[in-house]
Design a protein around this ligand. Structure first.
Ligand code: N7H
Length: 597
């Protein structure tokens, strides 16, 4: 058996099949210098990275993007907040159980039982510590680790869509798009290939049949360190709810194999930039910071902005019903990725510069479209895939300013610059006063890849096989979808070729920024998208993308209640929108009555 296994470049063992798949999908950037593999280990793996035998045993730096403070703001009640909202579940495997409620009274009774299983923010903080301890102890051991060396993780979260909220007598916590549901808003998100004129009507040609047709009232997340633990967790949750629910769809997420762990299917390291919530997270150098209310309802910073003419923007705290405080809105999107087609596009559009090989030109074009090299190195910091920029105190320490606020290094259209335009904190001449918007437009991302690796046949054909579905189960948390959470970012920034507006800026070069090349959607039947700025020596050059590389197959928005509100739902209380309203200020609501398991 051992003879059949191979040792990867990293010294980590992979089964031959996994290696074969990786060999056909992984392109280590030709610009990458040789370095011990562990330095590339996943940030998302949250400390579960291991060092190959024979490597130095110097303690690894803690690469997690979210490091909870030892002494968090005591007014924020971590036992009352569900744990994937903050600090987000550490995981290698995750299943999303989408269900309809068949019997609301029976469901309430079962919810009282399930409540004990819900993993709170306080629990996740503990898990992260345990994982960090285990990581230190396991340093130097070969992979895969024996089961008894892994921290066993059974983590649950529950949330409700608008239709589920209606069944359970929960009124609006104050987010119109949550109450409309994602299907209704899909045309506006650009998922809809119908002509603009009919964009109000949802046809849903791109959405899968099940996502178009099923009634989704709620979601249970089960996240673990292994498939076995996750399967057990799913069986237990479904067993608890019994016939009070009907399981409509289960989506299966899993980190990619071997060196690709932590990387999404196009090959880029994911989970690198997360907001540091003030009072909860110890920020790394340069990490974007925001008030916790940008993610969690009712906390400081859960506010709206208005832009009175000729005057600075005004922030007004949102008024939330008391039962919403400590809750959040989850945006779930099943995003299919057309990996061979994306790679074909790069192959056919390499950046051509003297001294750059074809392969280097291909890698550079990809990095310019995303804003980071596949390793995670930001192109704003380095035009080479240089691992020294992977240091957690360096990897997010950039603001697109240096040396000028132009796009010589990172295109305005790059995915990470479109979705988090860091420089607009103080960009001279910026038409939209983005400085107050950006810290409110930070989302907590907690997605996981799904589907198989690209096969040799697909790679050969440069086309995704009809039987293969792979992509990202995208999850984000925010206190408000439209201002300024997921749907704001998707619609107003990624899908908007005129964002950021260049014409009034000193770096005007006469063309629109264009679409986000990764997730930007051209609404309508014609999906062709242009993006400028990806050629460093010709910023007016526009790349033309005839087809989408990322296609939304479905999704929904969910209210993720605080634990005290789960208790009230279980008890059959009617939760009114105008109940004991409280302006958002601080605190995570009352402590949960019972500690969670
Ligand atoms: Fe994106 N990708 O692989 O290209 N994303 N994303 N994303 N994304 C990021 O910082 C990707 C999607 C954001 O603070 C990285 O984790 C893919 C949606 C934001 O600098 C990479 C898909 C939305 C950031 C990717 C996808 C966003 C971000 C860099 C879909 C919101 C942080 C690594 C299949 C509407 C930006 C990292 C910052 C980062 C990719 C979806 C938003 C590599 C493949 C739908 C805010």
């Amino acid at each position: 058996m051992l003879a059949l296994r191979s040792v990867s470049a990293a010294g980590r063992r992979c089964k031959p099949t996994a290696l074969l798949a990786r060999a056909t999908t992984t392109r280590i950037s030709p610009l990458a210098t040789t370095l011990p593999r562990y330095q590339f280990s996943s940030i998302r793996s949250r400390g579960m990275a291991q060092v190959p035998v024979g490597q130095p045993t110097k303690p690894l730096p803690d690469k997690r993007s979210i490091i909870p403070l030892e002494h968090p703001d005591p007014s924020i009640v971590l036992t009352n907040i569900q744990g994937d909202v903050y600090p987000t579940f550490p995981k290698k495997v995750e299943q999303f159980i989408f269900f309809s409620i068949t019997n609301p009274d029976g469901f309430r009774e079962k919810l009282r039982e399930f409540r004990k299983c819900i993993t709170t923010a306080a629990d996740v903080v503990k898990h992260l510590k345990e994982i960090e301890e285990a990581r230190k102890k396991n340093q130097g051991l070969p992979k895969p680790l024996p089961k008894d060396r892994m921290v066993k993780l059974t983590q649950y979260q529950i949330g409700f869509s608008f239709s589920g909220m209606t069944d359970l007598h929960i009124e609006s916590p104050g987010d119109p798009e949550l109450m409309d549901g994602q299907k209704k808003g899909a045309a506006d998100l650009g998922d809809e290939p119908a002509p603009e004129s009919t964009s109000a009507k949802f046809v849903g040609e791109h959405w899968s049949q099940e996502w178009r047709e099923k009634k989704i009232d709620g979601v249970i997340l089960a996240a673990s360190e292994s498939s076995d633990t996750c399967e057990e967790a799913v069986a237990k949750a479904i067993g608890i709810f019994g016939n009070s629910i009907k399981v409509e769809i289960i989506e299966h997420g899993k980190v990619r194999p071997c060196e690709e762990e932590g990387h999404e299917h196009f090959g880029f390291l994911d989970g690198v930039s997360q907001p540091a919530l003030k009072g909860l997270v110890k920020p790394h150098t340069g990490q974007l910071e925001c008030e916790p209310g940008a993610i969690i309802m009712g906390l400081k910073g859960d506010d709206d902005l208005s832009f009175p003419q000729g005057r600075p923007p005004v922030a007004t705290p949102r008024t939330r019903p008391s039962w919403a405080i400590g809750g959040s809105v989850m945006a779930f999107r099943k995003l299919h990725q057309r990996v061979p087609e994306f790679d074909k596009f790069l192959e056919e559009n390499p950046i051509k510069e003297p001294g750059l090989s074809h392969e280097q030109g291909v890698a550079l074009r990809g990095a310019k479209m995303v804003g980071r090299w596949k390793s995670g190195v930001p192109i704003d910091l380095s035009d080479k895939d240089d691992p020294k920029y992977l240091d957690p105190e360096v990897i997010n320490n950039f603001h697109y300013h240096d040396p000028t606020p132009g796009q010589d290094r990172c295109p305005f259209s790059a995915h990470i610059r479109k979705t988090a335009p860091r420089e607009h904190h103080d960009a001279p001449g910026a038409r939209i006063p983005l400085a107050p918007v950006l810290p409110r437009a930070l989302i907590m991302r907690a997605g996981i890849p799904y589907g198989p690796e690209v096969t040799p046949a697909e790679r050969e054909a440069q086309k995704t096989s009809e039987e293969k579905d792979r992509g990202l189960l995208f999850v984000s948390y925010q206190s408000h979808l439209g201002s300024f959470g997921f749907s704001f970012i998707q619609k107003r920034w990624a899908n908007n070729p005129a964002f950021p507006p260049l014409e009034e800026n000193s770096f005007d070069d006469g063309v629109d920024t264009g679409f986000d090349p990764i997730i930007g959607n051209a609404k309508g039947v014609v999906r062709t998208r242009l993006a400028s700025g990806t050629n460093p020596s010709l910023s007016t050059e526009e790349i033309k993308m005839e087809e989408d590389f990322v296609i939304a197959k479905g999704g929904e928005y969910f209210f993720i209640p605080p634990l005290t509100t789960i208790d009230r739902i279980g008890n059959g209380d009617k939760l009114r929108a105008n109940e004991a309203t409280a302006p958002s200020a601080s605190g995570g609501g009352a402590p949960a009555a019972a500690p969670s398991a």
